[in-house]
Design a protein around this ligand. Structure first.
Ligand code: SF4
Ligand code: SF4
Ligand code: SF4
Ligand code: FES
Length: 958
């Protein structure tokens, strides 16, 4: 048998019991004490005794079907299955007796008699529990032969792009079915047929790809044989070594084992000890990593004088020196503040920290901003104002202790799938669910889950809705008076109470604005206030509004008023879109804040950084992203360093962004692909994927997790090294020998990170939640436990102010946007993977009534026009959206969703109002003028890329 040196995690057979009481028993002469409710199998494993098993695994409830784990218990007749037998005090158990050996061998013999004997050529060879167990029970021969009925010729289903299902290897242990039900919560698999005829079936016995399967991989991971196996393992063979790292997609921040052969990834396996994901994953992190070595990767630095010229490949030195001299030239001509930089929520904390340091210390300006501007900046403002800290309050595990959940403006099944699975599990256990969303998202009605309330709020009226829920709580005596009296500022609370109690804030009065029936609002408010532990999870459907910050504060008000903060099972939980949104904000990416959310105007804080960095810093906030665009168009902003961001696709009002980028004299893009922004760039610096990085990401729980390099940067330099080189060339020395030194500097200068280091993260099992400092050396899973970070919690008046983006006669529909499971954000990564099989284009969801009014049928091309632009998308007629609301995703640049979105933005933070754009829609037969122009421009830019002068050629000519 081939030995693999990939370390397999210990499998205790059944899940841990959380009981506090312990039970003492004896197994094979060893006395052990375990929590009550533990299975005999798990107790034995804890005592170091491995009972043979096949259908049991510790991520799933015991099932008891394979009969391999039989044991003898003194005083009991027969041979009970150890996986389904709970421990009892004083039990005396034997796991190895001649009789048990016989029984197990017989069981194995039956399995093997209907199993191909092709171990040597099987992809699972060396990683197969059936193979292992055959060895453990000492099976050498099969007495029955292979002539009888068997399944050895059953055909393989290869429809899923990432894994195969080979029924000839199936032992019908149901682990896959149970993983899909219990862990993922999709219920896509069943065991079809009875007895010998029983087989695993996806959906109605259809190919996996056509079934409800969402390709999370949980079944593949659970399968003890190679029945369900990754195609990469079939192709490349078993991995040889592994590295633990963190997914670079969404803000759940799942920990993975990158299993490798040499420097090639064979598969990404969710890490069982990952504290954010507990061994689960989604299709993106599990399978969609092939983009990292996609042929479109640009691995050589390039420069060009104008965007109309072909690129020229140059050395890193030449690219960096050229970029620095351009930035210096621009500053000399137009002034210090004519340049700036953008950090990325896809990059590590260390890289992000360096970019803001480069801008503040080397450029000498505070013109630094980040993509969190366009997603969660209102979270920062709203939570800081009310609770005192710009971050979510809980762990993901906390959801398992909740009794009622408000899920608002978030679609976790698509955007935060691993959290969605955990939430579904808790809902199946009986927790209640209130969904506030204009669309009927999956959680409103999915297998074994039905929301208790769906409040289909009209886009743009979230604040009105939450205030009317607060009205019910305040006027029906549902406020947690004791919590408020002890924990909150009383005068602000009284003002708030009298504000929300006003009749004009009642659900009945607000129904006309929100479109939600008053009875439902009352029912939902009562449920939330009285059910026990109440938690609120929200997403960009809250923040990306003109009243985004107000709605975040309304959420915090609701949590404080009902006493739902400061313990497990409650809290205010922003679901962050990108992997490191929390981190990029923590690292001082906003123009007004130094790392740790400290204002640049604070002399003491600035002084600390000035002493450490050896420079003078500006005391005035710099430009936000939209201000940079405006300044570019008015001629005062001329140079931009943009790391890992694609503003030309992701920011609203695309034509405005394109005009601003075109007006700049030097745009430096650092990325892995020639993205939309790079088409306007003069310098391209090759970026590195997460597989090529050392550093940390901070997820939505404030969890700082290690990202570990599994291969060298394809471009030769890590992103942090390129930033250092640019800084050095600008005349400000930056020297680090490893990203861990950057984290040490962050810790030195940021009180909430004071105890963080790479060594500390390792010591704590792979991650730590900030604040991590002297008061909280092991980090802070739950925030605001004794008191709020700001001392007393502050209620804020949340007066509803209608958005400028509301339906009019000219623009009678409201466009709102969102994501889909298989694609990620601007799609630069996922579009370069097989995930596109599930989502090839962005479509426009429209209610049948609106479609009929406009003569639009399923699949028609529809022009969507707002006051700033027009784009054309294919219609998907569905009742998922309410009449008057249309919806699309924004994963493909040619869709032009952001050509339509406007520069209307949050009053406090300028976060764009992506979720509400007043539009008209009509049936058309061709793409929009913008799409035609985009297509031409893109073709030219691709041509200029392909015609690039290669480095070798350039040298030859010199
Ligand atoms: S991949 Fe996930 S969703 Fe699909 S069948 Fe397996 S467990 Fe279920
Ligand atoms: S596919 Fe794998 S996990 Fe599922 S029943 Fe067959 S052997 Fe068990
Ligand atoms: S995309 Fe999010 S949920 Fe999916 S594996 Fe990555 S971090 Fe986890
Ligand atoms: S492992 Fe216990 S019955 Fe299968």
């Amino acid at each position: 048998m081939l030995e693999t040196i990939v370390q397999r995690e210990r499998d205790f057979g059944t899940p841990a019991s959380l009981a506090a009481e312990t039970v003492t028993l004896t197994i094979d002469g060893v006395e052990c004490a375990v929590p009550a409710g533990t299975s005999v199998m798990r107790a034995a494993a804890i005592a170091g005794i491995n009972v043979p098993k096949l259908c049991a695994t510790d991520s799933l409830e015991a099932f008891g079907s394979c009969r391999l784990c039989l044991v003898e218990i003194e005083g009991r007749r027969g041979y009970p299955a150890s996986c389904t037998t709970p421990v009892e005090a004083g039990m005396v158990i034997r796991t190895e007796t001649p009789k048990l050996h016989d029984l197990r061998r017989n069981v194995m013999e039956l399995y093997i008699s209907d199993h191909p004997l092709d171990c040597l050529t099987c992809p699972a060879n060396g990683d197969c529990e059936l193979q292992d167990m055959a060895g453990v029970v000492g099976l050498r021969n099969v007495r029955y032969g292979y002539e009888g009925a068997n399944h050895l010729d059953d055909a393989t289903d290869s429809s899923n792009p990432y894994f195969d299902y080979d029924p000839s290897k199936c032992i019908v242990c149901s682990r896959c079915v149970r993983a899909c039900n219990e862990v993922q919560g999709t219920f896509a698999l069943t065991i079809d047929g009875k007895g010998f005829a029983s087989r695993v079936a996806a959906g109605q016995s259809e190919p996996f790809l056509d079934s409800d399967c969402v390709s999370c991989g949980a079944c593949v991971q659970a399968c003890p044989t190679s029945t369900l196996v990754e195609k990469t393992v079939v192709m490349m063979g078993q991995p040889e070594h592994s590295v633990i790292t963190t997914c670079a997609y969404c803000g759940v921040g799942c920990a993975f084992k990158a299993e490798m052969k040499g420097d090639q990834v064979v598969r990404m396996v969710p890490w069982k000890d990952g504290q954010a994901n507990r061994g689960h994953s989604c299709v993106k992190g599990r399978f969609a990593w092939g983009y990292a070595t996609h042929q479109d990767r640009i691995t050589k630095p390039m420069i060009r004088a104008s965007i109309h010229e072909p690129w020229r490949e140059v050395s890193w030195d030449e690219a960096i020196n050229h970029a620095a001299s351009e930035l210096k030239r621009i500053q000399a001509k137009y002034g210090r503040d004519s340049i700036g930089g953008l950090t990325s929520s896809r990059c590590t904390n260390e890289e992000t920290y360096l970019v803001q340091k480069l801008v503040r210390a080397a450029f000498g300006t505070n013109n630094v901003d980040t993509c969190a501007r366009v997603c969660h900046s209102p979270t920062g403002y709203g939570l800081k104002t009310t609770l005192g800290e710009s971050a979510g309050t809980q762990t993901f595990d906390s959801v398992m202790f909740t009794d009622v959940v408000i899920l608002m403006g978030a679609n976790p099944s698509a955007a935060h799938p691993v959290f969605a699975s955990r939430l579904k599990r808790r809902l199946r256990e009986g927790a209640k669910l209130i969904v506030i969303d204009p669309r009927s998202i999956e959680l409103v009605d999915s297998p074994h889950i039905k929301a208790d309330f769906h409040l289909p709020v009209r886009p743009g009226t979230n604040t009105a809705l939450l205030t009317s829920m607060a009205h019910v709580i305040a006027t029906e005596g549902l406020i947690d008076e004791a919590f408020v009296a002890e924990r909150c500022e009383l005068s602000a609370f009284e003002q708030w109470r009298s504000f929300v109690s006003q009749p004009e804030n009642s659900p009945e009065a607000m129904a006309e604005i929100t479109g939600v029936p008053a009875a439902d609002v009352r029912g939902a408010a009562r449920l939330f206030a009285t059910q026990g532990n109440g938690s609120i999870y929200y997403g960009l459907g809250v923040t990306e509004h003109s009243q985004g910050s107000t709605t975040v504060m309304a959420i915090a008000n609701l949590a404080m008023a009902t006493g739902n903060l400061g313990r497990e099972g409650v809290g205010v939980n922003p679901l962050r879109g990108q992997n490191n949104v929390q981190g990029s904000c923590d690292m001082g990416s906003f123009p007004h804040e130094l790392p740790g959310y400290r204002h640049v105007s604070d002399d003491a804080v600035r002084g600390e950084f000035e002493r450490d960095w050896g420079v003078t810093l500006q005391p005035e906030p710099g430009l936000r992203i939209p201000n940079m665009f405006d300044a570019a168009l008015s001629g005062s902003f001329k140079g931009l360093y943009c790391q890992g961001e694609d503003i030309a696709q992701s920011d609203p009002n695309t034509q405005h962004v394109a005009a601003a980028l075109s007006a700049m004299e030097c745009v430096i893009v650092q990325d892995i692909f020639l993205n939309e922004t790079a088409k306007y760039a003069h310098v391209f610096l090759p970026g590195s994927s997460f597989l090529e990085k050392d550093g940390t990401f901070t997820n939505a729980e404030r969890r700082i997790s290690r990202v570990r390099k599994v291969m060298e940067p394809l471009g030769g330099l890590g992103d942090w090294e390129a930033t250092c080189a640019l800084s050095n060339a600008m005349g400000y020395p930056m020297h680090y020998s490893h990203p861990s030194e950057i984290m040490d500097e962050i810790a030195r200068l940021t009180p909430t990170f004071q105890g963080v280091s790479f060594a500390k993260i390792d010591e704590l099992g792979g991650s730590v939640q900030w604040p991590c400092n002297e008061e909280a050396p092991a980090g802070t899973p739950t925030m605001h436990v004794e008191e709020f970070v700001r001392g007393k919690g502050r209620f804020v008046i949340t007066k509803y102010v209608p958005s400028d983006e509301r339906s009019t006669r000219k623009f009678p529909l409201l466009l709102t946007t969102g994501r889909i499971l298989s694609q990620y954000n601007v799609g630069a990564q996922t579009r370069r993977t097989a995930n596109s099989l599930w989502h090839k284009e962005d479509v426009l969801e429209m209610h049948p009534q609106d479609a009929e009014d406009r003569g639009i049928s399923q699949g028609d091309w529809v022009a969507v026009q707002s006051r700033v632009g027009e784009t054309v998308l294919r219609a998907d007629i569905t009742e998922r959206v309410q009449p008057g609301v249309i919806y699309t995703t924004f994963h493909f640049p040619e869709s032009g969703a952001n050509v339509v979105t406007t520069d209307s933005s949050d009053w406090a933070t300028n976060c764009p109002e992506y979720k509400v754009t007043a539009v008209q829609a009509r049936r058309v037969s061709q793409p929009s003028t913008w799409q035609a122009g985009w297509s031409r421009f893109s073709d030219v830019q691709q041509k200029l890329l392909h015609e690039r002068q290669r480095e070798g050629e350039a040298a030859e000519q010199v």
